[in-house]
Design a protein. Sequence first.
Length: 332
Amino acid sequence: MKGFGMTRWIEKMGGVNLLPVAVMLVGFVLIGAPSSWVTLTVAGLAMGMMVFLMASGLSLVFGLMDVLNFGHSAFVSFGAFVAASVLAGLSGWLGAPSVLLNVAALALALAAALAFGLAAGLFFERVIIKPVYKDHLRQILITMGALIVSEQIILALWGGTPITVHRPAFLEGAWIIGDISIEIYRGFAFALGLVVFAGLYFTLNRTRLGLLIRAGVENREMVEALGFRIDRLFVGVFMLGSALAALGGAMWAGYLTLITPALGGEMMIVVFIVVIIGGLGSIEGTLLGALMVGLVSNYVGFLAPKLALASNMILMMAILMWRPSGLRPAVK
């Protein structure tokens, strides 16, 4: 009864949307020092937004196409390495005193990652995913195999030595406000994540294209009878999901500043935890899950470093014990 009452109280106060705020308040009480709390909170929100970029594509593909793509993190790795290569080639622009050249270098790197994600997504869907639609077991096996092959391709192209990722000069440094230090790159990552979320939400819920995609999920035969090529729409969704993963990988590479071919495999667990916490197929849930993971990881890493690696698993267990379907599961 107590658990039921708590659930009703949370829904009344704004529902699960306020959970990140609740985590921030708990973090403030436990950390104590306001300057440290602000720094950790901004870092957690920025980390959450970058993970959201990587996870949103997987959530889209599963929610709209019912495809379990365990090779999704391969797009993260390739996005990171493609962006790093472009930035290395434009190193003269990155360090130039002209902000315009800095922005141009960053824009080209992100555009290259997006373009690669779109092309790779098209190939992946047509060659690997299409033959195993509606067969989850084969999807898991073949996409895991594709992830292993992708890692070997990265090793062959870029080698096994860690690669340094250069940032544009205008994103270096931090904003200093009294005792508070906020890294500029993290602020940019948070803003970019918000823009992507707003674009996805508007497209899926406020446009004719989004209506067609959701209608195709509910009743594919009816939509095709009206003359729409739903298979093309679904291919577009898969390509968009792959491009978002590559964009997230590019941003994560700048966040780490040192990347290895194991990047995708390392992020795969985090991405799946976020999608499961948020609720399969839900963009809003994915955002909530990503913010929760980012905040909890940073707070726990500061308060109890030995528990940092296990914090995501503990969070997932706690959320699923409370809401087995996730925070905001897609309604079908």
